[in-house]
Design a protein around this ligand. Structure first.
Ligand code: ADP
Ligand code: MG
Length: 573
């Protein structure tokens, strides 16, 4: 089975066969024995007929005993083969999905944000199912069919070369049909996979936004969208299934020709007394075995090729927007982070979200970043998290240019607490530790500092959070995300309106706790302009329309009576 292998596909094919080759080989051997046994049984059938014509009871009994022994042997071999095959298929598909998921985890946040998650849902469910059935399950069957065809044809040549020659000529028909139809099958299978991806994307959107849809009474619009998606998906599947059936029907037709042709020709030879009746039966039986194999072969081969196309698709999806690799950096900040004339424009946007920003964040100090909505605060933090390498100017971490740094090692240096908190449908404790191991006292400290102690005392850390934290209040969700970051203890903490969902008192306490953390570099985007807190920052950076318009300590900025002063006084009114 020659297959063109793109470099990216290799890990996936390797995953399927890893520690699974022996099982595959033994399964294949078992199937080949079946293939051969079909030939033996066909010959035996002819022999029985010849014995009837000869009228020899003792030979008949001998043949019966041989047949019984062969049937028992076949049962033993087939049970063992099926068992191994099941293990091969399921270990193979589990390993395939495992590798796909691991490759997916290697993507950087920035790369993943450019893609649709439904694509991966589809790759790991619908497409994996197709690969399991059509690629793994059928590989051995296809090999057996090939082998059956060879052994049966050999036996046929030995029995009657004239009949075999005729059969070979007729066998060209199904082969031509197969070649003509398999390309279209691959296209249709891919269309189903692509359409399914859209379907899952839409459905996911709807389920996530269920409350919004109901609240705005837009069910009708949603139903129309669903119906349209549903119709298109099923149409693609219908077109694929129709082609599958058509391939089957074409196979039926060609195998019919292949089966009856030799029958009639054999009858003619027997009437001419050129061959025995039993031989005609043997050859026709062998012919029908070959015909069955040939009948299924095009369909199986086309599906297998189509499923193989899905592995290509997965490999391609994972490689797309592949995270840039770069130099690994240690998770310590010695001097600081420096931005020099940084500008940044989002893809497709006509204006710059950041313009000529030059700043310096010294290690161990705390900075407040303030400014109106849309002034570029979140953009600044996301660039510091390595979201894009397409910025103008330079951003350096301890002198190393950001775009040359491996984003993965950046995540050990900086952690970001954002406006949107994501919680897993698991316990509070697991959402804080993010399924990693930490000493109990470290978890306890993070719980205390993030203001989660009352929740822990009341419900315990093993309380469930619910889907995306629906069993917690907005404030509690935010506190879990803060505890998560404090526990990881990266030397740089970036907070983007992290206390926005908290009441004033809790927000104050949480920010105090963050400012009390010694030795950390903190960049805190905040719209709470509380003088007691603002005085504690080493520097306040004021952004306006993507540029730094003022910076300094609280008292300096207030004395200037500029933009910050007006922001502060408006917030106090
Ligand atoms: P802030 O956090 O200060 O409210 P942002 O940094 O989120 O502001 O946004 C700065 C500007 O960039 C805004 O004009 C916003 O519309 C734009 N922007 C933000 N995110 C994107 C995005 N993903 N694609 C295009 N434009 C964006
Ligand atoms: Mg923002």
């Amino acid at each position: 089975m020659k297959e063109t292998q793109k470099a990216g596909v290799r890990p996936y094919l390797h995953a399927i066969y890893q520690n699974n080759r022996l099982r595959f080989a033994v399964t294949l051997a078992g199937y080949l024995i079946f293939g051969a046994s079909d030939t033996v049984f066909s010959i035996l059938q002819g022999e029985i007929l010849n014995v009837i014509v000869l009228g020899s009871l003792s030979r008949l009994l001998g043949l019966a005993a041989l047949l019984a022994a062969l049937l028992i042997l076949q049962f033993a071999i087939s049970s063992a083969t099926y068992y191994l095959k099941c293990r091969f298929v399921h270990q193979g598909i589990a390993q395939y999905k495992g590798v796909l998921f691991r490759q997916l985890c290697k993507k950087s946040i920035a790369a993943f944000q450019q893609e649709s998650t439904s694509r991966y849902l589809s790759l790991l469910t619908n497409d994996a199912g197709s690969i399991e059935e059509n690629y793994l399950n059928r590989t051995t069957l296809i090999a057996t069919m090939g082998f059956t065809i060879v052994t049966s044809l050999t036996a046929m040549v030995l029995l009657s070369w004239k009949l075999t020659l005729l059969s070979l000529f007729l066998s060209l028909i199904p082969a031509a049909v197969s070649a003509a139809m398999s390309g279209e099958m691959t296209r249709r299978e891919k269309a189903v996979s692509d359409q399914n991806e859209h379907f899952v994307a839409n459905l996911k959107d709807f389920l996530t936004g269920f409350a919004v849809v109901k609240g705005f009474k837009s069910e009708d619009g949603m139903i129309a969208r669903f119906d349209e998606m549903n119709r298109k998906t099923e149409l693609c599947k219908q077109r694929r299934r129709w082609w599958d059936c058509l391939v089957g029907a074409a196979g039926d037709l060609s195998s019919g020709i292949f089966m009856f042709g030799p029958y009639l020709a054999g009858a003619l030879l027997a009437l001419n007394c050129e061959i025995a009746v039993g031989t005609v039966v043997s050859v026709v039986n062998l012919c029908s075995t070959v015909a069955w194999s040939i009948r299924d072969f095009p369909g199986f081969w086309a599906s297998r090729k189509a499923a193989r196309g899905l592995i290509d698709k997965a490999a391609q999806a994972v490689e797309e927007h592949a995270g840039r690799s770069g130099r690994h950096i240690a998770p310590v900040l010695r001097q600081g982070i420096r931005l020099s004339h940084v500008s940044y424009r989002y893809d497709g946007s006509s204006t710059e979200a950041l313009r000529d920003v030059s700043l310096e964040f010294e290690a161990g100090k705390s900075y407040a970043i303030v400014g109106g909505s849309g002034s570029g605060k979140s953009t600044l933090l996301s660039l510091l998290m390595g979201a894009s390498a397409q910025y103008g100017g330079s951003i350096t971490i301890d002198g190393q240019e950001m775009r040359d740094i491996d984003p993965d090692s950046l995540y050990d240096l900086c952690s970001l607490i954002g406006q949107n908190v994501f919680l897993f449908d698991d316990t509070v404790a697991n959402n804080i530790t993010m399924f990693r191991q930490f000493p109990a006292d470290a978890v306890e400290r993070a719980v205390q500092r993030s203001g989660l102690a009352p929740l822990a005392a009341e419900r315990g850390l093993n309380a469930p959070c619910g889907e995306n934290g629906c069993q917690l209040s907005g404030g509690e969700r935010q506190r879990v995300s803060i505890a998560r970051c404090l526990l990881r203890g990266t030397p740089v903490l970036l907070l983007d309106e992290a206390t926005a969902a908290l009441d004033n008192r809790t927000a104050f306490a949480v920010t105090q706790a963050v400012l009390d953390l010694d030795g950390l570099t903190r960049l805190v985007v905040t719209h709470r302009l509380d003088d007691a807190l603002l005085r504690r920052y080493d520097e306040i950076i004021v952004l306006r329309d993507g540029t730094v318009c003022e910076r300094g300590r609280f008292d300096q900025l207030m004395r200037r009576m500029g933009y910050f002063y007006s922001l502060y006084t408006v917030s106090k009114e």
